[in-house]
Design a binder for this molecule. Structure first.
Ligand code: 5AD
Ligand code: SF4
Length: 454
């Protein structure tokens, strides 16, 4: 057992957040200590995102920034580790751009981290070899190996009330803009038993809300105990049997893959939250076709309608990309039109970012950055207005809120999230932390709701 400290910084999606928890658990089990002070630690681990240019270039500026802190203080550099999607996509190139990095591992190989760290530590301790060798030890494994990592990880440690479970790895959709099929590989679902074991463990730790994660979670098809394929609806039904689990969410949905079983489940299963994260990306059928999204706007609207007929409380959230190659003003207008039609309650909108080795990067008619910025601003203004309207429409309603945090501004206020993931603030004793309460909403802004426990 060693007693070295590590700082783990995670960037990108919820999948990365989940991975970070598992990596931290794994290292803690091996005797490493998680700390937060990046200026005084033995190991710096960056769990990285490659989805847009900005996300990946941030990693190299982070590396440079942290290295400089140690150099300026005249301290020995910590061991630097790059995990996740940048590791997979850039591979060896990480060592070229940042030679002081010791370990590069894809998101499907992070279970190898303790063993590789030990190699680096042994190498550092062996001063004679250090004197002889001019070259720094560089360890890399960026293979894609499906679900292998899950067999090597200790049970999740979790003291939070909200937890994620990864139920699927990779993606087979091949949207023409997206790096995920390259960074996380082919789609593969975890067996039902493994997921239910993990959910039961979380249930026993007192977790109240579980979010089932997959890049394309609606095509989940894990094997059940009898060796038959089971869909997402069947999986959720099993998770819903756990008594402490009061809320279930699933992320991310691919519109045309939502099954009738899932629609039906939204009618029947009260633990299933009525917020469906259903990224549309664009409101133009031409652009959707160029993106290789396998639905058009009519189909999308039909799915939304089906969901809302099953459960009228359902609201939709989404992602958008503006400035995809060839996007005309007319295409963009169609995106604004569908936004007004569906009235998405929470959204992320991004400027299209050309990514290495994706078909869209090679397409003609790349859009000028100024136009992208202008469209992003117009879209975000519209989305914000709708979100604001929705928040205000909640005033007077009674909503169920899971309280998880004390306000940093005033500790007599407690913060939680309601069914729609809107932050709700109430004045209350901290004994309500961890519980679900009925709250009457009394005030609302774009950012949050205020209310009183009833
Ligand atoms: N450029 C901009 N946004 C992207 N996304 C994925 N790839 C790109 C890209 N190349 C967005 C999509 C996806 C979200 C996770 O990131 O909207 O739903
Ligand atoms: Fe980023 Fe995609 Fe990797 Fe998540 S899976 S970290 S969004 S590149």
């Amino acid at each position: 057992m060693n007693n070295l400290s590590f700082v783990l910084k995670s960037f990108g999606c919820q999948m990365n957040t989940y991975d970070a928890v598992r990596i931290s658990n794994l290292l803690s089990k091996e005797g490493y200590r998680p700390v937060v002070d990046e200026e005084n630690t033995d190991i710096i681990i960056l769990n990285t995102c490659y989805i847009r240019e900005k996300a990946s270039s941030k990693i190299f500026s982070e590396l440079g920034r942290i290295k400089k802190i140690y150099k300026d203080k005249g301290k020995n550099l910590p061991i630097f580790v790059i995990l996740g999607c940048v590791a997979k996509a850039e591979g060896d190139n990480v060592f070229k751009r940042a030679p002081f990095v010791s370990i590069v591992l894809s998101s499907q190989k992070y279970h190898l981290l303790p063993q590789l760290l030990q190699q680096v530590i042994d190498d550092r301790n062996n001063t004679s070899s250090l004197n002889k060798r001019k070259k720094k030890l560089h360890l890399i494994n960026t293979e894609l190996s499906g679900l292998e990592k899950f067999d090597c990880l200790p049970p999740v440690k979790n003291s939070d009330k909200v937890a994620f479970i990864q139920v699927q790895e990779g993606c087979d959709n091949f949207c023409t803009y997206c790096v995920v099929p390259n960074t996380r590989g082919r789609e593969v679902s975890r067996p039902i038993k493994d997921i239910i074991d993990e959910a039961t463990h979380l249930n026993n730790l007192g977790v109240v809300e579980i979010n089932l994660l997959g890049q394309n979670v609606d095509s989940f098809n894990g094997i059940d105990e009898n060796g038959n394929k089971s869909n997402l609806a069947n999986l959720i039904k099993k998770v819903a049997l756990l008594p402490n689990i009061k809320r279930i969410r699933y992320t991310t949905s691919y519109p045309s893959k939502i099954t009738d079983d899932m629609v039906e489940l939204h009618k029947l299963e009260k633990k299933l939250m009525p917020l469906v994260y259903l990224p549309i990306q664009s409101g133009s059928d031409e652009i959707l076709h160029k993106m290789n999204r396998k639905y058009n706007t009519q189909k999308y609207l039909e799915i939304v309608q089906k969901l809302k007929s099953a459960n009228p409380d359902i609201q939709i959230s989404s992602d958008f990309i503006v400035g995809f190659p060839g996007e005309t003003e007319e295409d963009f207008q169609k995106t604004l039109d569908i936004v007004k039609k569906v009235r998405f309650i929470q959204c992320y909108a991004f400027k299209y970012s050309p990514r290495p080795n994706t078909p869209a990067q090679k397409m003609d008619n790349q859009i000028d950055n100024q136009i992208k910025s202008k469209r992003l601003h117009i879209l975000q203004t519209e989305l914000r207005k709708i979100q604001d309207d929705f928040n205000k429409s909640c005033i007077g309603k009674v909503m169920s809120v899971l309280f998880t945090d004390i306000s940093k501004v005033d500790s007599s206020f407690i913060i939680g999230k309601n069914e729609y993931l809107q932050p709700v603030i109430v004045k209350a004793d901290k004994s309500i932390l961890g519980s679900i309460q009925n709250v009457k909403i009394t005030d609302a802004s774009y950012a949050n709701l205020k209310g009183e426990i009833i």
